[in-house]
Write a protein that binds this ligand. Structure first.
Ligand code: NDP
Length: 279
């Protein structure tokens, strides 16, 4: 039987850990597949997908800067991709391209299952209003938290995002603000703070008052690396629990693998190996 081909398409893509992750999943689940990284020119995403499909590709992950183009390219989309406004997983089904988004469910699975932190009834602060925050909102709301406050550097972006999701949230469950008026408008500690802004990429810390933290707050940064991000260092310095986004990366990959192959790979061993490789 011919090997099933999958790929991650991005620009840049050389740094992607997806080939390593999916090779490990395939070996653990005894799936005969090949997974490669494809560098598409910035104006050549659609041509790259077309060529990969013509060469027998069965599906692809999509990373920056092509998630919006993948959304537009898909002939049909899952509800979570529609809510995210972006596609990170493509399935080639005959002539049809199905678009999905596994980032948000990956985040929730890492928090709920891997960190053992149930979200029902919790008070959540979501920092950032870009693609990652948008992708997280529907899966977070589905967990029935008590409240989600979106705080962002550009207040208008936070307001737009919360307006878009208001109809899916219970009364008073979702609101937005800037960093400066957060402590005054929504005082008191949060159970969970998710940094979905790219502040950590720039080595900067959103201007937060320490009153958002309590000793049992979980501070989660979607970014990951060899060392804790400045946000996680700040939260740990105030006694909070911390977790970075490596587990989210693994869980979104596992969900893509499930979408393609119908098998849920275990993630812990691959997580441990990637974590060791970061050091
Ligand atoms: P976007 O570019 O779509 O959005 C960036 C967001 O960060 C905006 O809300 C922006 O605010 C805010 N921001 C940018 N710089 C700063 C700063 N210096 N201080 C405070 N806020 C800032 O990025 P994404 O949403 O795609 O990605 C966000 C983060 O999530 C990245 O760090 C990325 O690596 C991570 N991520 C991790 C994943 C994983 O699997 N672990 C998956 C996806 C993303 P404004 O509106 O004012 O511009």
């Amino acid at each position: 039987m011919s090997v099933a081909r999958y790929a991650v398409i991005g620009n840049p893509v050389g740094h992607s850990k997806s080939p390593q992750i999916h090779a490990a999943f395939a070996a653990a689940c005894a799936q005969n597949l090949q997974y490669e990284a494809l560098l598409a020119p910035v104006d050549g995403f659609v041509a790259c997908v077309k060529a990969f499909r013509a060469a027998g590709g069965r599906g692809a992950n999509v990373t920056l800067p092509f998630k919006s183009e993948a959304f537009a390219l898909a002939h049909s989309r899952t509800a979570r991709a529609e809510a995210a406004g972006a596609v990170n997983t493509l399935c080639f089904d005959g002539d049809s391209i199905i678009g999905d988004n596994t980032d948000g469910v990956g985040l929730v699975r890492d928090i709920v299952h891997n960190a053992g932190f149930g979200l029902k009834g919790q008070r959540i602060l979501l920092l950032g209003a870009g693609g990652a925050a948008r992708g997280a909102l529907l899966p977070l709301l589905e967990q029935q938290p008590r409240q989600i406050i979106i705080a962002n550097r550009t207040v208008a972006n936070a307001d737009t995002l919360s307006q878009e999701f208001l109809a899916r949230a219970g009364s008073g469950m979702l609101a937005s603000c800037g960093f400066a008026d957060l402590a005054q408008r929504y005082p008191g500690p949060f159970d969970l703070i998710i940094n979905a802004s790219s502040s950590s990429l720039h080595g900067s810390l959103p201007p937060l008052d320490a009153s958002v933290l309590a000793a049992d707050t979980l501070a989660y940064d979607m970014m990951y690396g060899a060392n804790p991000t400045v946000f996680l260092q700040w939260a740990a310095g105030h006694g909070a629990r911390t977790r970075d986004g490596l587990g989210m990366l693994l869980e979104q990959a596992a969900e893509s693998f499930f979408v393609w192959r119908g098998v849920h790979p275990a993630t812990q061993a691959v997580y441990d190996s990637l974590r060791a490789g970061l050091k």
